[in-house]
Ligand binder design. Structure first.
Ligand code: NAG
Ligand code: NAG
Length: 192
């Protein structure tokens, strides 16, 4: 009998957890995101694309986490208000479907981004994104080698120009010398 009751309790517990799981699945909040893992370079922009839907007006909150750092980026309600933290106000763009754009990335922006959607009744759901920010080292090197090549070309052109000018100058000097001789002779001869 006792054994039987124990089973009953377990059954109820299993039933309750299944029921709550089904309720979660059927929960009105849904967060669709095509891509959860993104890689960008420093100074680039990133767009965390989500499509949020729920009963009533959702409250959307984005948080950033990295190591010991955890901060709120912004909170908004489509059509009602947008509240972006001062640190992010110049770089964050909020969208009605819950998406968030972050521009001019820095190395410190790499980390975990969590969107939390809260319904009017208070239930909420969240989804995380991983952002990897790379140093634009490769492009820097490319830029450096291109500028070095450009400088070398300019230097070569300048050297060629100097060489040509030098040649021309020598020729002019030689030509003048050759011309001056008979001229001086002529002027000397003129009074005679
Ligand atoms: C959310 O809205 C933005 C801007 O209207 C759009 O570019 C983006 O694709 C949308 N995201 C999803 C997952 O539908
Ligand atoms: C916006 O955020 C600030 C600081 O986090 C808070 O004091 C203020 O109440 C918020 N405003 C709204 C409309 O949520």
């Amino acid at each position: 009998m006792r054994h039987f009751r124990l089973w009953d309790v377990q059954d109820v517990a299993v039933f309750l957890s299944i029921a709550s799981y089904i309720c979660d699945l059927a929960g009105a909040i849904s967060i669709h995101s095509p891509q959860r893992s993104l890689t960008r370079s420093v100074q680039e922009d990133v767009f965390f694309s989500v499509d949020v839907s729920c009963d009533g007006v959702p409250t959307i909150q984005w948080n950033f986490m990295s190591g010991a750092v955890s901060r709120t980026i912004g909170t908004w309600q489509p059509g009602a208000y947008t509240n972006i933290t001062v640190d992010y106000s110049s770089r964050v763009q909020s969208y009605d479907n819950g998406s968030m754009g972050l521009s001019d990335l820095r190395l410190q922006d790499g980390g975990y981004y969590v969107i939390t959607v809260t319904e009017t009744e208070g239930s909420s759901k969240d989804t995380g994104f991983v952002l990897k920010v790379n140093e634009a080292l490769y492009e820097d090197l490319q830029y450096l080698s291109v500028s070095a090549l450009a400088l070398a070309c300019v230097a070569a052109l300048l050297m060629l120009l100097i060489w040509l000018l030098d040649k021309a100058y020598r020729r002019i000097v030689a030509w003048r010398r050759r011309r001056q001789m008979p001229e001086t002779n002529a002027t000397e001869l003129q009074p005679l």
